[in-house]
Design a protein around this ligand. Sequence first.
Ligand SMILES: *[C@@H]1O[C@H](CO)[C@@H](O)[C@H](O)[C@H]1NC(C)=O
Ligand SMILES: *[C@@H]1O[C@H](CO)[C@@H](O)[C@H](O)[C@H]1NC(C)=O
Length: 284
Amino acid sequence: MSDNMSGVMTKFRLALIQLMVSPLKASNLRKVRTLVKEAASKGAKVVALPECYNSPYGTNYFPEYAEKIPGESTQVLSEVAKKHGVYLIGGSIPEEDGGKFYNTCTVFAPNGSMLLKYRKIHLFDIDVPGKITFHESETLSPGNTLCTFDTPYCKVGIGICYDMRFAELAQIYTKEGCQLLVYPGAFNMTTGPAHWELLQRARAVDNQVYVAAVSPSRNEKDSYVAWGHSSIVNPWGEVVANAGSDETIVYADIDLKYLSDIRQQIPIHKQKRPDLYSVQAVQD
Ligand SMILES: *[C@@H]1O[C@H](CO)[C@@H](O)[C@H](O)[C@H]1NC(C)=O
Ligand SMILES: *[C@@H]1O[C@H](CO)[C@@H](O)[C@H](O)[C@H]1NC(C)=O
């Protein structure tokens, strides 16, 4: 791990845990303990879990698996973050608060304290005829607050799954100074092959940031079959880690010097822009 002149760490290892989620919450939580330990032993400083790591994915499961925060699952995150001294991005869990349900990501510091709680903003209500219909909003309420956290390496922004499709969220995070965006998510066998990697690469190139997306592994027997392919994309738009479909951990070294080199070579961040772009709409 290298230091630059100002003593700021310019490289750190990110691990994505592509966990095989089972219907048994206790077994999912046991896996969190062993897999975070493994990631930390390989030098990861920031570790991320997938969307719905403690519960099968589906609106019918959310009320049954939902927890208050703090609660059983976030307590485990706090303990393992502290035990292994890592920043732990806790994928997401169905959260219950005031009789409402949210799809919520919590992040823990290496001392075990909770840094943030992010509730998925853009709910997944889609209808592709004959292919996929899914209405998260039947059960879930949306969040309305973007969340970042600081590490000794860089600032990190959080989104969940469908949030990845909203380019402006990534832009706001970039303007806030984030150099890494992490999206726990679970695309399926229709949207996964079509858009999962494309969206990550698009967000990365648009903003010249690192983008990571963490999925559960694929289980053909699940009612919602996840695409998997947890991946890390660099600011040049290259996929530098990709998990395939099985349970595994993938790693990449996030290189902030490389990020700043890219920003110098193609200085879109310094580009002068009009305050308002005017549109000349020619009508026939
Ligand atoms: C734990 O770490 C966080 C983040 O570095 C810091 O803000 C917080 O004050 C620490 N809490 C304790 C109890 O040391
Ligand atoms: C994707 O998920 C939806 C919702 O569970 C399901 O209806 C659809 O069949 C899935 N598509 C594929 C190809 O797995």
